[in-house]
Ligand binder design. Structure first.
Ligand SMILES: [Zn+2]
Length: 228
């Protein structure tokens, strides 16, 4: 079941609303009072697992009471009930490293929440992306995010910046070359060479997509469509 914010799509990169079954659809009343959740089981608190909506990394675990959930849905910033502070605690309220809400879903028993969010800075107080060391993430999505940053910031000396500056035609040519090299490696070279050429191909493809204003998400959406 899904619990939806009234602020739909604020920087959202996650799945469209059409794929969600709504416990609470976008609308004031339901958003702030998701009655179907099992608040009684754990004394008015629900554990909330936070996941990076872009690269799927598990970021942290917190607890929400009704008010924290309502505040999260209302403000679009993930807010917990802090058991140590005994008050509402908006993640990032002192560090500025907010978690921007994308979607909230409840588990099968309606007693645990999965919060998908876009982190604005490191989630852990140690400065790491996740409170869980080495929490696995989708590397392609991470790489795509990095390439998008390069596209926006164009840092000097970066090969990716050089490609963006050269333009779509040049990048497209590189993708063509890497495609041919990958094909040749498949028929005439070893596994390591094939993996290496494939990596070059995918990297240049991500750069090409970004140069055209597209991201890895757009490709994944097409793949999903084809596998329905
Ligand atoms: Zn931490």
């Amino acid at each position: 079941m899904a619990i939806e914010s009234r602020e739909q799509g604020a920087g959202s990169t996650a799945q469209g609303a059409g794929s969600r079954a709504g416990l609470a659809r976008a609308g004031d009343e339901m958003c702030t009072e998701p009655r179907a959740l099992d608040w009684d089981k754990q004394g008015g608190l629900l554990p909330a697992i936070v996941q990076d909506a872009t690269n799927r990394r598990v970021l942290m675990l917190g607890y929400m009471n009704r008010q924290a959930l309502a505040t999260t849905l209302d403000s679009g910033r993930v807010t917990f009930y802090s058991r140590s502070k005994q008050r509402l605690w908006t993640k990032g309220e002192s560090s500025g490293h907010f978690l921007q809400l994308v979607a909230i879903t409840a588990d099968c028993d309606a007693d645990t929440l999965l919060v998908q969010a876009i982190p604005r800075g490191p989630t852990c107080h140690r400065g790491t992306p996740s409170c869980f060391d080495d929490a696995p993430a989708d590397f392609l999505a991470e790489l795509d995010t990095l390439i998008a940053q390069r596209h926006a910031q164009r840092p000097q000396g970066s090969y990716t910046t050089k490609l963006f500056d050269a333009g779509v035609r040049r990048i497209a040519q590189k993708v063509g070359e890497e495609g041919v090299e990958t094909a040749l490696a498949a028929v005439a070279q070893g596994d390591d060479e094939l993996a290496g050429e494939s990596a070059d191909l995918i990297y240049h493809l991500l750069v090409l997509l970004r140069a055209r204003g597209l991201g890895w998400d757009d490709v994944v959406a097409k793949l999903r469509e084809r596998h329905r």
